[in-house]
Design a protein around this ligand. Structure first.
Ligand code: ADP
Ligand code: ADP
Length: 213
């Protein structure tokens, strides 16, 4: 199964992707996570990405496509994957079409999570994630048992440098201008599924399951 999950920052892409991965035994490929790993390891790519990410702007398409093409070589992706945060522009969608075509593959679903802006700002400013395993928390909606500590592995939680109110507002604008139009790119393939991304996380997951099964 090959899925794309699209939605504005804070829509719950990462949260829902992790639930899907567990049930369907496929891999989550998050370009945001890959970029943060590059930054952590201080690679050239990571250092070049800092100014875009911290300003809430997109990293150039050719950088992203090069990074994804490398990932696509990995055998772990054979059983299927959920692409989280990629593609984010029409040129990236075309690049992905080419990667899939080269392998004789097609997408099964493009899940579009719909959440109003006011809710996104509330979610993102309270988002925290585990510095080691990447598990996602929210100080308001799903806090860890012990403040600042991951329930799963006891590591400290971090607040992403781009989850500030100012950057979030820019990221929402970038989503509307550069990412939302790519939903139209997938319409002719008949794979676009709109999902109501509001309410309880498990209820949203049930809506996704209804579409996937
Ligand atoms: P969120 O899920 O909150 O939208 P991500 O973790 O997916 O955030 O992405 C964080 C930042 O990383 C983005 O604001 C952007 O700067 C960069 N980024 C991630 N994926 C892409 C992509 N496919 N194209 C361009 N930039 C990206
Ligand atoms: P994205 O990957 O789309 O940027 P995340 O999955 O990281 O979004 O979720 C953003 C924040 O919102 C996190 O703090 C997460 O715990 C929280 N969150 C996710 N889904 C919900 C929901 N249904 N209700 C409330 N908060 C949520």
């Amino acid at each position: 199964m090959r899925i794309i999950i699209v939605g504005p920052p804070g829509a719950g892409k990462g949260t829902q992707a992790k639930l899907i991965v567990k049930d369907f035994h496929i891999i989550q490929l998050s370009t945001g996570d890959l970029l943060r790993e590059h930054r952590r390891q201080e690679t050239k790519l990571g250092q070049a990405a800092i100014k875009y990410m911290d300003g809430g702007n997109l990293v150039p398409d050719e950088v992203i496509l090069g990074m994804v093409a490398e990932e696509f070589k990995k055998p772990e992706l054979k059983p299927g994957y959920i692409l989280d945060g990629f593609p984010r522009t029409c040129p990236q969608a075309k690049g992905l079409d080419q990667l899939l075509e080269d392998r004789g593959l097609a997408l099964d679903h493009v899940l579009v999570l719909e959440v109003p802006d006011s809710e996104l700002v509330r979610r993102l400013t309270a988002r925290r994630s585990c510095s080691e395993c990447g598990h996602i928390y929210n100080m308001v909606f799903n806090p860890p048992a012990v403040d600042g500590i991951c329930d799963l592995d006891g590591s400290p939680l971090i607040h992403r440098s781009d989850d500030t109110e100012e950057t979030v507002v820019n990221r929402l604008g970038v989503y509307k201008k550069q990412t939302k139009p790519l939903i139209d790119h997938y319409q002719p393939q008949g794979v676009v599924r709109h999902i109501d991304g509001t309410g309880d996380m498990q209820d949203i997951y049930q809506r996704i399951l209804a579409v996937l099964k």
